[in-house]
Design a protein around this ligand. Structure first.
Ligand SMILES: [Zn+2]
Length: 374
């Protein structure tokens, strides 16, 4: 099987011999479409009038799935150049990141994924964000050096980062990028590292004993940087500080929001007896029912309902932030909640003494009185 994209990666249009294997699937000679292998996306394009929907290795053959059947014969195959280059930029960037990580930090690449939106490299050890940034800096160094990406055949000493066992080939293909990397590989690459443009490391994530590094290259990296720059600019305008000050500022803000809500709860707790006093009291079949709507935070609804029930020796109903709590000494709290749920929609339940849940939509004092009087 002759893989043309290995020896002539700049050929995007060529006449190929098509052999149909049924179900809109064909094999072609020479092979110009990179299949779904080595963690890299398959090529897109056309063969004659047919669109190539997928390229997979099945039983050692590169099989193309088309949008329509093709008879055996000669056709012009066209590879989607932009899609190929996009994928090649991400993949070549991965070679550089893996090479830098191994040479400078002794990190072994144990997994690779080149997706349509995000790409990841898995390393065998834990790394911190400073190390990720150092890898990013050195990788960009390789880009600005504009080194030739060389393909060498037959160098069986070069090790591979991927399991090449499933890849059918009569020769070992090694990809060399100056002093940065040399590894056996089946993918597609750019001609020179300068063609990558930008390499950005976006995030690191702990994975078992190792680390997953998310990265992006080329114009996708520019797009990503623009989204981040926009978001940071908006945040700076909002809180009037520099980008470097933002994390500290948000930490402070989150901390003070937490202590404010604690303080609010404490103050509302002090107000509870007064709120029990000011509850709207109505009479249902000779039994007193006290109601408070949106007077305290949802967390304090239960306490207030119990206080009201005790004070009037009847029933307390408290609604706040969608939460409802009913506490009753005289009526069935669960039945009352069931009627309110039926009227407003919602969920929850309990016992004849106490019931709680959530009510949907806007619940007003008038609405509650209307339902329980009915
Ligand atoms: Zn490669």
């Amino acid at each position: 099987m002759k893989r043309l994209y290995w020896t002539n990666p700049d050929v995007y249009e060529i006449e190929v011999k098509v052999t149909s294997i049924g179900d809109c699937r064909v094999t072609i000679e020479p092979v110009v479409f990179h299949p779904d292998e080595g963690g890299q996306q398959p090529d897109r394009g056309t063969i004659g009038e047919a669109e190539v929907l997928g390229v997979q290795i099945i039983d050692g053959r590169v099989v193309h799935t088309l949008d329509r059947p093709l008879d055996d014969g000669e056709y012009v195959a066209q590879v989607d150049r932009e899609h190929r280059l996009q994928s090649a930029r991400q993949h070549t960037a991965q070679h550089i990141i893996s090479g830098v990580a191994e040479k400078r930090f002794g990190l072994k690449t144990v997994g690779v994924h080149i997706g349509a939106d995000t790409c990841t490299v898995d390393f065998d050890k834990k790394i911190d964000w400073q190390t990720a940034q150092a890898i990013e800096r050195d990788s960009m160094g390789a880009v600005t050096e504009n080194i030739a990406v060389e393909t060498v055949f037959g160098d069986s000493d070069a090790r591979s980062r991927f399991d090449l066992k499933g890849i059918e080939s009569e020769m070992i293909r090694v990809v060399k990028i100056g002093e940065y990397d040399a590894s056996a590989c089946c993918g597609t690459h750019v001609r020179r590292t300068g063609d990558i443009g930008i390499i950005r490391i976006l995030d690191i994530e702990s994975k078992k004993e190792g680390t997953r590094v998310a990265f992006v290259a080329g114009e996708k990296a520019l797009e990503f940087s623009q989204v981040e720059t926009y978001a940071l600019r908006e945040l700076r305008k909002l809180v009037k500080c520099s980008t470097a000050e933002l994390p500290m500022l948000f930490q402070k803000a989150t901390g003070s929001a937490k202590s404010l809500s604690k303080e609010l709860e404490r103050l509302q707790g002090l107000m509870l007896p007064g709120l029990a006093e000011s509850a709207e009291i109505i009479d249902i079949a000779g039994s007193k029912v006290g109601i408070q709507v949106d007077a305290v935070s949802g967390k304090l609804a239960g306490k207030l309902a119990a206080l009201i029930a005790n004070k009037i020796d009847g029933t307390g109903i408290v609604v706040s932030e969608g939460t409802i709590v009913i506490n009753s000494k005289t009526l069935n709290a669960n039945d009352l909640l069931a009627r309110l749920k039926e009227a407003f929609g919602g969920k929850g339940g309990g016992s004849p003494q106490t019931a709680s849940g959530k009510l949907d939509g806007t619940v007003t004092m008038k609405g509650i009185i209307g339902v329980i009087r009915a």
